[in-house]
Design a protein around this ligand. Structure first.
Ligand SMILES: C[S@@+](CC[C@H](N)C(=O)[O-])C[C@H]1O[C@@H](n2cnc3c(N)ncnc32)[C@H](O)[C@@H]1O
Length: 257
């Protein structure tokens, strides 16, 4: 087990066209995530943690790790190597055994300190959409997996963005769901002065990306609010009822690829 902690800042290439604003967005995102009624706390992290299962003795890489709090939690839960990579470089002070590296998840193999390393779990938690090329990012991650390793990838339901844009533009759900032009997006509870550029995607796009990267879906999940949380935070249940939440996938390498 690595007992030393470290933070590495490096000027790397910027990933997809929506990565750049994260230098400014990072603190707003973390503040929103830390709220006791955040969907990350109520729905996403508990479901992500359950899909990971027992992490004792495992080497884990969190690609697009935010401030590093989740990978630090996994180190605390017994992971033997815990590495987080994020382009924002806005990290907590890493606890012993945790390495936090400023870098681009688009090509994990060239992130400083990762060349030649292997991981039992590679996480893309709400970060995969920022890869410059999704298929290439997943192919690289697949090659960094140990023999029994898997990728845990979560992504917002594409229907959510289609609903929002249909309301904004006075169009229909189908028109927006199947639109192909990038669109400007502001997240009101993160920082409504920062505009992200998002590329639309459909379910087929997502599933075809996994296949093209040589991965198969071992498990998929659309986590919902536990009943007691729904009762306590009805405004968040209303968000889930309207926008559905996020998709989660456990992905394993296709044999022979
Ligand atoms: C929505 S947040 C998710 C953070 C964290 N994974 C979580 O589940 O709480 C997206 C994260 O991706 C990071 N990010 C965006 N583009 C990136 C890139 N090209 N390479 C690495 N990280 C990136 C952002 O800085 C941000 O921390």
């Amino acid at each position: 087990m690595v007992e030393e902690s470290s933070v590495t800042h490096a000027a790397g290439p910027v990933g997809g066209d929506s990565s750049h604003p994260w230098g400014t967005l990072a603190s707003g995102f973390e503040q929103a995530r830390a709220r006791e009624d955040s969907l990350d706390r109520l729905v996403e992290w508990p479901a992500q943690r359950a899909l990971l299962g027992d992490v004792t003795g495992l080497a884990i890489l969190d690609a697009g790790c935010g401030n590093g709090a989740k990978i630090a939690q996994l180190a605390n839960d017994g992971a033997s190597a815990s590495v987080g990579v994020d382009i924002s470089g806005n990290f907590i002070t890493p606890p012993p055994g945790v390495e936090l590296i400023e870098g681009d998840l688009s090509d994990l193999a060239v992130v400083p300190g990762l060349a030649g390393r292997r991981f039992d779990r590679i996480l893309f938690l709400q970060s995969f959409g920022y890869a410059a090329n999704g298929v290439r990012a997943l192919q690289t991650a697949r090659e960094m997996l140990t023999e029994d390793g898997f990728i845990l990838l979560t992504r917002t339901q594409p229907i959510r963005y289609a609903i929002e844009r249909a309301e904004e533009n006075g169009t229909s759900l189908g028109e927006e769901y199947f639109a192909t032009e990038p669109f400007a997006y502001r997240h009101q509870s993160w920082n409504d002065h920062v505009t992200l550029t998002k590329r639309p995607y459909t379910m087929s796009d997502l599933l075809n990306t996994f296949s093209a990267a040589g991965l198969w879906i071992e498990a998929a999940l659309e986590p919902q609010m536990p009943p007691e949380a729904a009762e306590r935070y009805p405004h968040k249940q209303a968000v889930m009822d309207k926008y559905l939440g996020i998709l989660m996938f456990r992905l394993r390498p296709l044999p022979g690829r």
